[in-house]
Design a protein around this ligand. Structure first.
Ligand SMILES: [Zn+2]
Ligand SMILES: [Zn+2]
Length: 123
């Protein structure tokens, strides 16, 4: 079991997302892998898709994933709560993490569908 780095949910497998924590820039120039559950990945990717349309929604904050301080975008999470089932929680993610999440999301969905022959997504 591994815990999701955003909501803390324990799952047998998580989707790997590469982040670039500013504090570990020299120790890990290749970035640090974080694990997200599908629910968090979904919510964060939705935020990512809305970012370009809605530039004003960004605020100065600390990224919940890599710790980067600066422009961040709010992501609404469904956090497991043992008394209420799930509770909503908002976290802030920086653009760099959102971009990594989008990449991870596309890769994950592609592997899930296993649709290599249909030609969708070909540019
Ligand atoms: Zn999660
Ligand atoms: Zn970040």
């Amino acid at each position: 079991m591994t815990d999701c780095d955003l909501c803390g949910k324990g799952l047998p497998t998580l989707i790997p997302v590469r982040t670039y924590p500013p504090l570990f820039k020299f120790a890990y120039p290749e970035g640090v892998w974080k694990g997200l559950c599908e629910t968090c990945l979904d919510s964060a990717q939705k935020t990512y898709l809305g970012v370009n349309k809605d530039e004003v929604s960004c605020r100065n904050n600390k990224c919940a994933l890599c710790g980067h301080k600066g422009r961040a975008h709010p992501v609404e999470l469904q956090v497991p709560d043992f008394s209420k089932g799930t509770v909503k929680k908002e976290v802030n993610l920086c653009m760099k993490c959102l971009e990594s999440i989008d990449k991870a999301y596309i890769k994950f969905k592609r592997e899930q569908i296993e649709c290599s022959a249909c030609g969708h997504g070909h540019h």
